[in-house]
Design a protein around this ligand. Structure first.
Ligand code: NAD
Length: 464
């Protein structure tokens, strides 16, 4: 039987510390990593509308490749603290904290598509309408400022007939994990940002994170409004993407100056503790599910405020230019694009993930095809299934780097997988029709390679 309590009593009865139960809505990279990791300490129920993902999780198999996730998932399932379901009522009624981790993709205009967040908020509202317990709803998907308070809070209030602050609490807590390193990033964050004006919610979430991260200094748990927290997430990703575009700009300049190597330059610059060497490598450009989409969403959001964000626009343009630049280098290096076999080493946007979203390989392959490239073969240890869904039979695929190199006229390194780092100049020379390597990730030793084959490196002028 449900006990009828006043809003204040319900709040005070909220379980604290290790007794808290968690529901996670959306089991993509963010939701599943959070669910599997939180389940080390708390009871967690993950919800997804995709029954195949739910079954896969309950069977102990991550629906996507993410380094180290299978082990955490396995431990959490065996401890009995984690389960997945498609039944949101079951998940929310068993939980104190409800994290919304659904996708927020880009619309064609670049604006953020909030339809998944809206529909999750409606679903949560419907559950809250039927139960009396106080819940805290934590918006975890990246959203533009004011979304948590106005859109999510507003929808839940309207759908449930309950009041935010009294019957349920709301907060925005951004996720900063990097795909490929997601488990470690989740377990060892630099900081936790708790965005809420509700003191009760701030206290409970403060306790949760202090309990879950006992090693994290108190000063690294930051409290602010949900709007500031929403902007922290966008500003962080925009800044990291800006560093990458900046490195690519300096790399292109370096390629025009004999004796300069962008690796040395950025190391020299990054040693300044005000700058830091991280995310400062020149390469094929940034990609993935977050940087391009988040910067475009922030640009669109700025324009709704009648502000033209010149720097952010340049960061995107510079990133798109890098793909064109790489194809220019290919065109210069081969006799004819039409008659060449091109081996692409690496399709995923970075190593240790199968994620193909906004991968530089997609921009580069599209441009190669546009310019008439005859034969392209893509090699990747994890992302071929996902790549095939996007590129279909416009290219061929292989798991084996030596197969990719067979009779090729140029090999382009686009992802720094270990499998490619292990290749020696002999692998290229023995397999390729014309051994030409365009190293867009700078994984090979310039001197060793350029002595025995035609080696082109982003950010370094190599004299034949
Ligand atoms: P994703 O697309 O991989 O996963 C989203 C999941 O939500 C899918 O499994 C989908 O089926 C499910 N879903 C959609 N609507 C639902 C609903 N109403 N109820 C239940 N499940 C539902 O997304 P992701 O990469 O995990 O990203 C989630 C959010 O986190 C995005 O806003 C993203 O910008 C942000 N983020 C992502 C990363 C990253 O590295 N991927 C890092 C930080 C923040």
């Amino acid at each position: 039987m449900t006990t009828l309590l006043s809003g204040t009593q319900r709040k005070e009865n909220t379980r604290r510390g290790e007794d808290m139960n968690i529901a996670i809505i959306g089991t993509g990279y963010v939701g599943l990593v959070a669910g599997a990791c939180f389940a080390r300490k708390y009871d967690v129920v993950c919800v997804d509308i995709d029954a195949w993902k739910v079954d896969s999780i309950n069977d102990g198999e991550s629906p996507f490749y993410e380094s180290g996730l299978d082990i955490v998932l396995d431990d959490s399932l065996h401890s009995g603290r984690l389960r997945a379901t498609t039944d949101i009522f079951d998940a929310i009624s068993a939980s104190d904290l409800v994290f919304i981790c659904v996708g927020t993709p880009s619309l064609h205009s670049g604006a953020i598509d909030l339809s998944f967040v809206e529909s999750a908020a409606v679903d949560i509202g419907k559950v809250l309408a039927d139960i009396d317990d106080y819940k805290i709803i934590i918006q975890r998907s990246t959203v533009v400022p004011t979304t948590t308070r106005d859109l999510v809070g507003g929808i839940i209030e309207r759908t449930s007939g309950k009041s935010v602050g009294r019957d349920f609490g709301i907060a925005f807590v951004p996720e900063f994990l990097r795909e490929g390193n997601a488990v470690d990033d989740f377990l060892n964050p630099d900081r936790v940002i708790i965005g809420t004006d509700d003191k009760n919610v701030a206290n409970i979430l403060g306790e949760l994170y202090r309990d879950f991260y006992p090693e994290l200094p108190d000063d690294n748990i930051l409290f602010m409004s949900s709007e500031s927290a929403e902007l922290v997430k966008y500003a962080s990703n925009s800044f990291l993407a800006t560093k990458i575009s900046f490195a690519n700009e300096i790399a292109s300049l370096a390629e025009l100056i004999s004796g300069v190597d962008v690796i040395d330059v950025m190391r020299g610059v990054g040693f300044d503790h005000r700058i830091s060497p991280k995310y400062f490598g020149a390469g094929a450009g940034f990609g993935g599910s977050c940087f391009p989409k988040d910067i475009k969403a922030l640009i669109d959001f700025a324009r709704t405020k009648r502000f033209e964000p010149l720097l952010l626009e340049s960061v995107i343009k510079r990133n798109e230019f890098q793909a064109m630049h790489i194809v220019d280098l290919v065109e210069d290096a081969v006799h004819s694009l039409k008659d060449s076999k091109i081996a692409i080493l690496g399709l995923s946007f970075k190593p240790n993930t199968s994620d193909m979203r906004e991968a530089p390989s997609l921009r580069i392959i599209a441009e190669l095809i546009e310019r008439g490239a005859g034969q392209i073969i893509g090699c990747d240890p994890q992302s071929i299934d996902d790549a095939r869904k996007i590129l279909g039979n416009r290219i061929r695929y292989t798991l084996n780097p030596n197969d990719a190199l067979k009779d090729a006229n140029i090999a382009i390194v686009l992802t720094e997988w270990d499998e490619f780092e292990k290749l020696t100049p002999a692998d290229f020379i023995e397999n390729m029709a014309t051994p030409v390597v365009l190293d867009a990730r700078r994984i090979y030793d310039c001197e060793e390679f350029s002595k025995v084959l035609k080696y082109i490196a982003i950010g370094k002028r190599i004299i034949d």
